[in-house]
Write a protein that binds this ligand. Structure first.
Ligand SMILES: *Cc1c(COP(=O)(O)O)cnc(C)c1O
Ligand SMILES: [Zn+2]
Length: 421
């Protein structure tokens, strides 16, 4: 049988090791995420010459309709195709959003619709890389510390890969997120505490159990998955870069990796032109990165989250300082909005563009609205808003604001009377 996937170019590993982002110390590839010398975060190192020798627009365009079309720029750890988990994650639609743009006073607004991923959020991208790395490293059990979406993504991809999964979540999470993990047969561990408590526990479990924690000991590979959003935006804009990208921030990883992706495409000559301005979006109830940005400082002070945007409720964001750096360096901004504005943002997006996003999408749209009002985002700019999760997982957030608009008995007469108002 010949399919597009079968005809796709072979991917071979271009990863040469891990390197500390703070002190530069190198380590061999493995399930490890902090530097043995300074405890800084580890990052994947690639053989950029080997990548340059093979990469081209045509090679990417011949690839599968998933994030694996960018396999040359992702942390492939093995040449064995069985170690490449492809549940169809990525290559989500990038659509013009003229009606939302008109409401916000923006003439060239686009939506990157990551509600369309297999488990309904952008987390499927990072998990694709983590589970594939786990497979290549011989790890047999997947796990994660989750604010909700990661639990669903790990559970789905582990099921597809035939691996058991343990997902750790705060005990008071939205029902849709608990169900959306447990249905895949994962072990869902509800922890009494907030996400930061869950995360601390998971660091200990990772040491004790040797499991592959997507966002702990597999974090260097996991984080690289977010680059695929940046690659897709450029390819979908016919190999050009937008002027401005607005991105929701939890740990700050997605924002810094989309920036990295634009840099890599430029380095390899796949796109030309200026680096887009990159802006971040937080909820006021958990805005440590926006606060640091407002102080003009990369000193991100931990907070105790209290917001309906549970997927963004990380009080001590690992990549917060790097996110501040990126926004500052590219001429972007980082803002925050109230829970009421988040609900308005969700409704506005759904009503104008037919996209039902979760609270994180409301955070992005509401911040974009403010940026437009303040002139932080210009009317003429080509703006891409990253909509990162599906609204059906957070019905609680909007269910009190929307309901039946008319109630009638089952007769035409009653309906006519009701509609005549
Ligand atoms: C996790 C998450 C984010 C932010 O991710 P970070 O990389 O941690 O900043 C944004 N939106 C949704 C829906 C998420 O689940
Ligand atoms: Zn170090």
């Amino acid at each position: 049988m010949t399919t597009i996937t079968d005809a796709a170019p072979e991917l071979t590993t271009t990863v040469t090791g891990l390197r500390c982002r703070e002190c530069g110390e190198q380590e061999p590839v493995g399930a490890s995420h902090v530097c043995g010398f300074c405890f800084g975060p580890l990052e994947v190192v690639y053989d950029h010459e080997a990548i340059a020798a093979r990469i081209s627009r045509a090679r990417i365009e011949a690839g599968p309709a998933s994030l694996w079309r960018y396999g040359d720029l992702l942390p492939v750890l093995s040449d064995d195709p069985a170690h490449r988990i492809d549940l169809g994650t990525g290559f989500t639609p990038l659509r013009p959003a003229p009606r939302l743009g008109a409401r916000l006073g923006l003439d060239d607004l686009w939506i990157k619709d990551d509600t369309r991923n297999p488990s309904g959020s952008f987390k499927d991208r990072v998990v694709t890389m983590a589970v594939s790395a786990a497979r290549a490293l011989g790890i047999d059990t997947m796990a994660c510390a989750s604010t909700g979406n990661l639990a669903g993504a790990v559970s789905a991809h582990a099921a597809y890969a035939g691996m058991p999964a343990y997902v750790f979540i705060p005990h008071d999470l939205e029902r849709g997120k608990v169900v959306g993990a447990a249905v895949y047969g994962a072990n869902v561990v509800a922890v009494e505490g907030n996400y930061d408590d869950v995360n601390r526990l998971c660091a200990e479990v990772a040491d004790a159990r040797g499991w592959g924690f997507a966002n702990v000991n597999l974090r260097p590979f996991y984080a690289e998955g977010s680059k695929s959003i940046g690659f897709e935006i450029a390819e979908q804009l016919e190999w050009t870069l937008p002027d401005h990208v607005v991105i929701p921030i939890a740990s700050g990883s997605m924002l810094t990796k989309i920036h990295k992706a634009f840099g890599e495409l430029t380095h390899h000559g796949l796109v030309e032109g200026a680096m887009p301005r990159i802006s971040g979006a937080q909820a006021a109830g958990c805005s440590p990165v926006a606060e640091a940005f407002a102080r003009n400082s990369a000193d991100v002070r931990p907070v105790k989250p209290d917001t309906i945007a549970r997927s963004l409720a990380i009080g001590n964001p690992a990549d917060g300082p790097y996110a501040v750096e990126v926004a500052t360096e590219t001429g972007g901004a980082i803002g925050s909005v109230s829970d009421a504005e988040i609900v308005d943002g969700m409704r506005l997006l759904a009503e104008t563009e037919g996209v039902f996003a979760e609270t994180a999408g409301g955070v992005t749209v509401a911040n974009l609205r403010r940026f437009a009002e303040q002139g932080t985002v210009g009317r003429d700019e080509r703006v891409v808003a990253v909509i990162s999760g599906n609204g059906y997982k957070t019905l609680e957030a909007v269910q009190d604001a929307v309901g039946p608009t008319h109630e009638v008995g089952p007769t035409l007469e009653e309906l006519e009377r009701e509609l005549a108002g």
